[in-house]
Design a protein around this ligand. Sequence first.
Ligand SMILES: C[S@@+](CC[C@H](N)C(=O)[O-])C[C@H]1O[C@@H](n2cnc3c(N)ncnc32)[C@H](O)[C@@H]1O
Length: 391
Amino acid sequence: MLQIRVKPGIEDRIRGFFPWIYRPEIASYSRKPKKGELVVVRDFGGKFLGYGYINPEANIAVRILSFDKEEPITPELIKRRIKEAYDYRKRLYINSNAFRLVHSEGDLLPGLIVDVYGEYAVLEFTTYGMNTFRDAVLEAIVELLRPKGIYEKTSSVAKRVEGVEAKEGVLWGEVPKETTIWEHDLRFVVNIPQGQKTGFFLDQRNARKFVRSLVEPGDRCLDVFCHTGGFALNMKKMGAKEVIAVDLSPLALEVGRKNEKINDLSGIKWVEANAFDYLRKLDSEGEKFDVVVIDPPSFAKNRHAVPNALRGYKELCVRGLRLTKTGGYMAIFSCSFHITESHLLEVLTQASYDVRRQVRVIAKTFQDKDHPWILQMPNTLYLKGVWVEVV
Ligand SMILES: C[S@@+](CC[C@H](N)C(=O)[O-])C[C@H]1O[C@@H](n2cnc3c(N)ncnc32)[C@H](O)[C@@H]1O
């Protein structure tokens, strides 16, 4: 098997269970590496550090799957980890038939995402190395779930950064254009083939539940970047009199309208617009809301994009705070792992200063527990949200 040695100093981080090795951190190779092959990682002096897979073309060149000399990477290991991930989900009592079954590094399976929507599963291979285990992954999913169908999605990152061949479509069985899932007492239509990500933003499940504790009958609410109405439907369900839901995607809004209907709700105003423009418009018209939720897509795809992203978050916070009534609530989220919780708090502080409003933090929410994160990898905590009351 290919062997690599890392540069002096890198070994401490790896012994601390950080599983990524960046290309410039590799001191030597036992031979020319091939994309996706397995590798033994050693410190500069030759001591064993772990087993991983390598992609010499990617910046994150090696991802370690095992820090145990007795546990080399085999298809059986991959299958066992998927089973362990499934057993963990069973213990969570998620109040939904849709959940993330495998969360990449969070389940010690870097490069693999598996989402379950009722009787269907969606797979995403985000690294070249994990893609080489696709047969084992497929076998494990079929054995565990006995699904009606499995769909494969490819992320643009996988293609661009890792050179994974573009594959998208039904891998196994049959997958309909739309399926319906339930979350708490609401039902949601999920368009697996055409929807964003794997079809639904499962990671916001606990935040969608939390918003219910803030909405009172008769309230006026705003769901910005609403996608298919995750927050809007919960707001309406709690008796909000008026809900405005804004998104740029016509497909997401079309599904949102279906969601409203299948839940026997009515009165949500679905607005197709650029959220930045629409917030400016609402603000210039002097509109005010009891609850405002702002859940944008990732603005910082890499660390160089952070300063621009922070300007975007600040603008959203300024508008959001101005649109929130005194005594009302606002939430701002970031789903980029380059934007930390401190970044969000800092931006909120600046925004509250600009709008001259006193703000009380009432809660923080994170990706739900079927998206576990690794303590030694702070960047696996990618989704964070701050909920405030405008005093
Ligand atoms: C993180 S998702 C929101 C998920 C949603 N809150 C839920 O619970 O399902 C972000 C959404 O922002 C939308 N979006 C992206 N850029 C936008 C823009 N400039 N204006 C409005 N919506 C935008 C995307 O279409 C996507 O639906």
